[in-house]
Design a binder for this molecule. Structure first.
Ligand code: UT7
Length: 330
C-alpha cells in the first residue's frame, strides 16, 4: 500500500528590520514598559516600514523556506497564505506572493482567514490536499501586518501586536506515520464580538464617519479572550493527544500561538507539560497572529530544538474565536 504522508521539507521566517521596544511605546501612549512586560511577557516587536505590506513579508519567509527545502518556486503547486491583513481586500494576497516568487500559473493560490489560528488551519488544509495525492509541493505561509489595523492610540491593544511572516514547504512521503500526523480545528462562533473590526466590511462599509471614529481598527475584550483562549488551547491539545493515543510527556516541544506569556503558562499547567518544553519568543515579536506559530517553528528548528523522531504539538486560538492544534512527527 502506498502511503501519502504530508511532511515538512523546509521552514523560513522573516521579521521587519525596525524593532519597537516597550520603552519607545511608553513615550507615545499612557503605559509603562513594566506593565506591558508583566501583563503580557512582551519586550519588543517588529514593525514594517511604511512601504512594506503583508505579501512582501510573506515572500521573504517563503524564499527562506524554499531554500531550506532545496526546492524552487517552479516546484510549488499549492500556496495557502494565512492572513487577516492581506495587502488589499481583493484579490487574495496569495496571488501577489505567487507572482513575486514566480510560482507557476497551474498552482492553486488562496488566502485563508482563521485569525491567529490561521496557520494551523492552513497547515491542515494543505496537508489534506497533499495527502489526497492531487498536489505535490505546498507553500503554507502565515504573514501579518497587524500594525496596519491596530489603533496606536488604544493602549489596551497596540502594545500587544507585531508584524512578521513564517512559512513551511510541504511535500509527500511514502513513509507512514510521519509529518503532519493529525490536526483538530474548531471555533466558538458565539464569541465573534470579543475580537473584531467593527466597520469596513460588507455589513458596514467604511464611511468618513466610521474612519473618524476609528472603527476600522481592531477592538478586543482582552480579559474574556484570555479566559476562552486558555480553555480552547487546553481542549484542542488534549483532543489531539487523545485521538492519537499520546501522553503529554511524549511531546518533545509545544509551539503555542504567542499572544500572552500568562496564557501559555496557564496552558502548560493544565496540560502538565513543563514550560521548558514550550517554545516562547513573544518577548521579541509580540503577537503576530497567523505568523506566530510558523516563526516560532522555524526558530525552534534552527535552534536545534527539534530532532528526528520528535513529536511537536502546535496549538493556537484567535479571533472568531477559532482554535486549532496539530501534531508533527519529524
Ligand atoms: O491572538 C489573540 C489576541 N488577544 C489576546 O490574546 C488577548 C488576551 N488577553 C490578554 O492578553 C490580557 O487580557 C491583556 C494583556 C490584554 C490585559 O491584561 P489584564 O491582566 O487582563 O488587564 P486588564 O485588561 O484587566 O487591565 C488592568 C488595568 C486596567 O486598569 P483598571 O481598570 O484596573 O484601572 C487597564 O485600563 O490595566 C489597564 N491597562 C493598561 N495600563 C497600562 C490596560 N492596558 C494598559 C497598558 N498600560 N497598555
Amino acid at each position: 500500500m502506498v502511503h501519502n504522508s504530508c511532511v515538512i521539507l523546509g521552514t523560513g521566517s522573516y521579521a521587519p528590520a525596525r524593532v519597537v521596544t516597550n520603552d519607545e511605546l511608553a513615550k507615545t501612549i499612557d503605559t509603562s514598559p513594566e506593565w506591558i512586560f508583566t501583563r503580557s511577557g512582551i519586550r519588543e516587536r517588529h514593525i514594517t516600514a511604511p512601504n512594506e505590506a503583508t505579501s512582501d513579508m510573506a515572500v521573504e519567509a517563503a524564499k527562506a523556506a524554499l531554500h531550506d527545502a532545496k526546492l524552487a518556486a517552479a516546484d510549488i503547486d499549492l500556496l495557502i497564505l494565512a492572513t487577516l491583513t492581506p495587502d488589499l481586500l481583493l484579490p487574495a494576497a496569495a496571488c501577489q506572493v505567487q507572482h513575486k516568487l514566480g510560482i507557476p500559473t497551474h498552482a492553486a493560490c488562496f488566502d485563508l482567514n482563521a485569525a491567529c489560528s490561521g496557520f494551523i488551519y492552513a497547515l491542515d488544509t494543505a496537508s489534506a490536499m497533499i495527502q489526497s495525492g492531487r498536489y505535490k509541493h505546498a507553500l503554507v505561509i502565515g504573514a501579518e501586518k497587524l500594525s496596519a489595523i491596530v489603533d496606536w492610540k488604544d493602549r489596551t491593544t497596540c502594545v500587544l501586536f507585531g508584524d512578521g511572516a513564517g512559512a513551511v514547504v510541504l511535500g509527500r512521503s511514502t513513509k507512514a506515520g510521519v509529518g503532519v500526523i493529525g490536526a483538530k480545528l474548531g471555533a466558538y462562533g458565539d464569541s465573534t464580538d470579543l475580537l473584531y473590526i467593527p466597520k469596513g466590511g460588507s455589513r458596514h462599509p467604511a464611511t468618513a464617519a466610521s474612519i473618524a471614529a476609528g472603527d476600522h481598527f481592531m477592538k478586543m475584550k482582552g480579559k474574556e479572550v484570555f479566559k476562552l483562549a486558555v480553555r480552547a488551547m487546553d481542549e484542542a491539545a488534549r483532543d489531539i493527544l487523545e485521538q492519537h493515543h499520546l501522553r503529554a510527556d511524549q511531546i518533545t516541544l509545544v509551539i503555542p500561538h504567542q499572544a500572552n506569556l500568562r496564557i501559555i503558562e496557564a496552558v502548560a499547567q493544565y496540560l502538565e507539560i513543563p514550560m521548558d518544553r514550550f517554545y516562547v519568543n513573544l518577548d521579541r515579536y509580540g503577537n503576530t497572529s497567523s505568523a506566530s506559530v510558523p516563526i516560532a517553528l522555524d526558530e525552534a528548528r534552527k535552534a536545534g530544538r527539534i530532532k528526528h523522531g520528535d513529536i511537536t504539538l502546535l496549538v493556537a486560538f484567535g479571533a472568531g474565536l477559532t482554535y486549532g492544534s496539530a501534531l508533527i512527527r519529524w
